[in-house]
Design a protein around this ligand. Sequence first.
Ligand code: ZN
Length: 115
Amino acid sequence: MELVYCPACHHVGIKSRLERARCDSCGADARLVAVPYPWQYYVGVGLVLGGALFLFLPQVFDTLAWAGIVASIPVRITFLIAFLVVGLVLTNAGLRVMKETARERGREAYPEADA
Ligand SMILES: [Zn+2]
């Protein structure tokens, strides 16, 4: 995922691969800002993937220690929803952190609009 920063209005958006970098707030040319993924993002993605394994591995290997916990379908669905909700909250929090970082870096890299 790539973020773009607009020097004209300080808006931070997500760049799609096909489009030209353009501010979706004011339409001015936006600049690509490289931002690392924060820990919230990795934990969120890991939780969803780990949660899927936690739920579906016992169906393949019935000797796993926690197989009894996730034996019934309502329990599996409850776990699945919990993993997805927490994972989404974390990846959203990570996205907010990324946008905040992109805004700061963009402001430093392209200060012309502040003049
Ligand atoms: Zn703009």
